[in-house]
Design a protein around this ligand. Structure first.
Ligand SMILES: Cc1cc2nc3c(=O)[nH]c(=O)nc-3n(C[C@H](O)[C@H](O)[C@H](O)COP(=O)(O)OP(=O)(O)OC[C@H]3O[C@@H](n4cnc5c(N)ncnc54)[C@H](O)[C@@H]3O)c2cc1C
Length: 353
């Protein structure tokens, strides 16, 4: 049994920053994530994309943001259960919780924080019967490292931002990029649509609209895909390719968390945002993309703010009767559990009265 003060389900940016905020209050954290690595959507879906709305970072790659968060929380020595999905939540008589994963690992904590984002990652897959045989053998549902596709022949299918953005990006990386979409109109941002059509005119992207990929073939790995055109005259095209990347988005599935007795609205967990981000189960908080309330913005900075507020209230559950007086880190410094200390400088610039 793994014991901790705050058990965090989800090691995305929100879960990771919770470790820092809890650490300032001398609370220990343990994180569970279904993915084999930390970083949530940032690591799994778009590690090489720049983010422009993290305060004080004019531009930061999603992967770098995760690396920085890992560096920032290092002194607080969090524990990790990675590659395991939290399956059950059992409230104990003393009000604490036991959370068990799909692999049977048990975790015990007085406070549980759900930072589960979109839930378990379930990419929408095309209805091609044998596609599972080629998953990770040329078929990928996420692009983690675009360099994998350098000088390769790539077919992307989909009509949203992801499909358009990656087709545009890979036009300069892959030797051939084909974009296949069922309709003539794309759902993505207008400038991306225009850019993709411009690249198609220049011959840098082969555009197949009103068409879909209906077959994948190859000996142990993808060697070709079959495209069926709506126009019967065009019939079917077989393209020799190295990679097939269907980008139809993720189906948001809360997964097992949905059956824990939490109040759910539109596939997200309702919380008390006027106070502490607690759910209808006392002692269980929900922060980041996984929660909902009036005015909610599903942004990384929202998760960071919610983590800071939530930790103050978790402190009171874990240390009943004790009062914690919030200090600026410029005043209190950062004292890690590993003995490290970032101490506030003594020089007083100006006192504020
Ligand atoms: C392409 C793209 C671009 C984006 N660009 C921006 C941007 O520019 N700026 C911005 O602010 N936001 C952006 N976002 C949104 C941003 O990524 C999310 O707001 C952020 O990732 C939410 O963080 P989170 O930690 O709450 O959830 P997530 O990052 O979704 O992490 C949740 C984690 O919980 C895990 N999990 C879920 N259920 C379980 C379970 N039962 N057991 C174990 N683990 C579980 C998941 O595996 C996942 O790792 C973008 C998103 C996408 C997809």
């Amino acid at each position: 049994m793994i014991k901790t003060d705050i058990l965090i389900i989800g090691a995305g940016p929100t879960g990771l920053f919770t470790v820092f905020e809890a650490g300032l209050l001398k609370l220990k954290c343990h994180l569970i994530d279904a993915l084999p690595q930390t970083g949530g959507q940032c690591s799994e879906i778009y590690p090489k994309k720049p983010i422009y709305d993290i305060p004080a970072f004019p531009e930061v790659l999603a992967g770098t943001l995760v690396d920085n968060l890992m560096e920032q929380i290092k002194p607080f020595e969090a524990g990790y259960t990675l590659g395991e999905r939290a399956e059950t939540l059992d409230k104990q008589e003393d009000g604490s919780f036991i959370v068990t994963t799909n692999k049977g690992t048990k975790h015990h904590a007085p406070v549980v924080v759900i930072a589960g984002g979109l839930g378990s990652f379930e990419p929408r897959k095309p209805l091609i019967p044998n596609i599972v045989d080629y998953e990770d053998k040329g078929v990928n549902y996420f692009i983690k490292d675009p360099e994998v596709y350098r000088d390769k022949k790539v077919v992307i299918s989909g009509g949203g931002d992801s499909a358009l953005d990656w087709a545009i990006f890979l036009a300069d990386v892959a030797s051939e990029v084909s974009l296949v979409h069922r309709r003539n109109e794309f759902r993505g941002a207008l400038d991306s649509v225009e850019k993709a059509r411009e690249l198609a005119k220049q011959g840098k992207i082969q555009l197949h609209t009103e068409a879909e990929v209906i077959g994948v073939a190859g000996d142990g790995k993808v060697e070709s895909v079959t495209i069926k055109h709506n126009d019967a005259e065009k019939g079917q095209t077989v393209l020799e390719v190295d990679n097939f990347i269907p980008l139809f988005g993720l189906s948001p599935k809360l997964g097992p968390i949905g059956s824990w007795g939490l109040e759910i609205e539109k596939n997200a967990i309702k919380v008390n945002n006027a106070k502490d981000y607690q759910t209808n189960i006392p002692g269980v908080f929900a922060i980041g993309d996984v929660n909902t309330y009036e005015g909610k913005l599903k942004l990384i900075l929202s998760g960071f703010h919610e983590a800071a507020v939530m930790c103050q209230f978790a402190y009171q559950i874990i240390n009943p009767g004790k009062r914690y007086v919030m200090k600026y880190t410029t005043v209190g410094g950062v004292e890690g559990f590993d003995g490290s200390k970032k101490v506030a400088k003594k020089e007083v610039v100006q006192s504020i009265s």
